[in-house]
Design a protein around this ligand. Sequence first.
Ligand code: ZN
Length: 196
Amino acid sequence: MELPPIVQTGAAVLRAHATELTPAQLATAEIQALIATMIEVMRDAPGVGLAAPQIGIPLRVIVLEERAEVVSTLTEDELREKERVAFATRTIVNPVLRMLGETRAMFFEGCLSVHGYAALVERHHEVEVTGLDEHGSPIHWQVSGWPARILQHEVDHLDGTLYIDRMQTRTFSTVAHVRDRFAGRTIAQIRAELGV
Ligand code: ZN
């Protein structure tokens, strides 16, 4: 199967409010195929999340996953600071997010629709999400750390928001610069240097 391209920033679909799906729509072959395609596109990129508008479909569907084989390549420092953990593939239809607590976390974030760049973005540390899974069953997921960041990023896509709207603009960098300048340094050190 040929995969659809990932829509890049500037396209109107990335700035639109995506539409909810009814359970009846969700059960159709068309939407089930959309979900399967989204998971393939996410893995092919590779990425840890994808929202339907990123392949040009203005519907409230997100997919996310963090594979154990990727997490196993990270250093202990990276795992601790990002609070990255592996989790199985999840599809969430009509997600509704609730931010929990006051704690926030700042970390580098990128987007498949803003290819080649990253920036520091502050997010809530813990969230809960409700919605439907791919079968139309209600889900409730309360999560903190890295998966909470991915969830906030992907649900933003459904409301036409990109991380560049929330980023610390002075930290906006190519992925290569992030790797060369900041690898092995703590977020506190990076913030001090950049004055954010
Ligand atoms: Zn994105």
